[in-house]
Design a protein around this ligand. Structure first.
Ligand code: ATP
Ligand code: MG
Length: 350
């Protein structure tokens, strides 16, 4: 999009409201945030703005004097500010303040709550399909424990008793690890602040979870990981993204088998992840629909169609981009690209 076509917006107030607004507007390509101002240099939204390379200032007058602003959003909650803006409103600029901006803040809150609910709904629906995989993976060590315990009942040789006890402990540890992985995955994404997440570790973790959801029978795995590849984000949400994409890829190869390739790379200040399969592919006319909520080609009861919608929501929230390249009967590649986080000094207004 040509930068001159974008709506230029200035945000006043970098408290919780300003920060949430910044995160939301930053995801909308048709909006350019020309800057955010707060009198308090320690306001949380200012730090967020620096991470997003949105200019920050403590000087409201300079910001609202910026050329070409179409909208000033005042989320300071300060009646003084409202009066000041009315008196200094630049021509051709709209102002959103007072109860209108409070309403907007409530809508933003509501939207992020709905997003979290959709994510959880899809995750819980998905866990239903894990049941067979979990039962299988727990049953194997249980059978082993049973056999060993039967032997132990008769065993007279102390060395053999110790050995079998060790095998039992290992089998129990494996079962507990399965339970731990799944409990961690099924809980709500914890609302912790964004942190640096190792992509290679998260992909491996996702692979373990995805194995419960789908059969990896006849599927060859290829990993091409660049060491140290990392992005900034919520680790639980990123895990969810990878589980979804891997599960979709494996489902697409379910009938015939194939190759699942997981790649990470760091290039020109960007971090990329590619998840490719050699499965059924997606028809060109369906590609625009796959990210829509509830679009699914799976049999009723098999998929919610929320997977890719949630993936896209999370990726956009992390300021990343998702692209898909697919050919019928050849396979599909999903590519995620995230910006590398620059130093906090950049993007400040003078
Ligand atoms: N790797 C892929 N190969 C082929 N088709 C795919 C692939 N990934 C997604 N699709 C198509 O996109 C549709 C939507 O995917 P999405 O993950 O949103 O929902 P779903 O997988 O159908 O359901 P759920 O994610 O709840 O199990 C799928 O039904 C499938 O038709
Ligand atoms: Mg899916």
């Amino acid at each position: 999009m040509d930068s001159s076509d974008r709506t230029k917006v200035a945000i006043l107030g970098a408290g919780r409201g300003g920060r949430a607004l910044l995160d939301l507007l930053h995801q909308i390509p048709s909006i350019e945030i020309v800057g955010i101002a707060d009198r308090d240099p320690a306001a949380p939204g200012l730090q967020r703005a620096q991470e997003l390379r949105v200019p920050v200032t403590t000087d409201v007058t300079t910001l609202i004097g910026t050329q070409g602003i179409s909208l000033i959003m005042d989320v300071t909650g300060d009646p003084e500010m409202e009066r000041y803006l009315r008196a200094h409103q630049p021509p051709d600029t709209d102002i959103l303040s007072g109860s209108a901006s409070r309403l907007l803040w409530e809508l933003v809150q509501h939207e992020s709550k709905l997003e979290a609910e959709l994510l959880q709904a899809e995750k819980l629906a998905g866990i239903g399909s894990f049941a067979a995989g979990i039962a299988h993976d727990i049953n194997n060590p249980l059978q082993l424990i049973m056999g060993l315990a039967e032997n132990l009942a008769e065993e007279r040789n102390l060395t053999a008793v110790h050995e079998q006890a060790r095998d039992i402990i290992e089998a129990v540890k494996r079962t507990s690890a399965i339970c731990r992985d799944l409990t961690r995955y099924s809980r709500r994404a914890s609302p912790h602040e964004d942190m640096s997440v190792s992509l290679n570790g998260k992909l491996d973790e996702a692979l373990k979870i995805a194995r419960y959801a789908s059969s990896f029978h006849d599927i060859e795995m290829v990993k091409r990981y660049q060491p140290g590849a990392a992005v900034k984000g919520n680790p639980d949400e990123l895990l969810h993204v990878f589980v979804n994409l891997i599960t979709n890829a494996v489902h697409a190869m379910e009938q015939v088998g194939g190759t699942l390739t997981l790649e990470t790379h760091v290039l020109d200040g960007q971090v990329g992840i590619r998840i490719s399969d050699t499965g059924s592919g997606i028809a060109p006319d369906k590609i625009p629909e796959i990210f829509e909520p509830f679009f699914t080609t799976k049999a009723p009861g098999k998929g919610t169609g929320l997977g890719l919608y949630n993936v896209k929501t999370i990726v956009n929230k992390m300021h990343g981009v998702i692209a898909v390249d697919s050919q019928i009967d050849t396979g599909t590649t999903f590519t995620l690209t995230f910006p590398k986080v620059e130093s906090a000094e950049q993007g400040c207004l003078p």
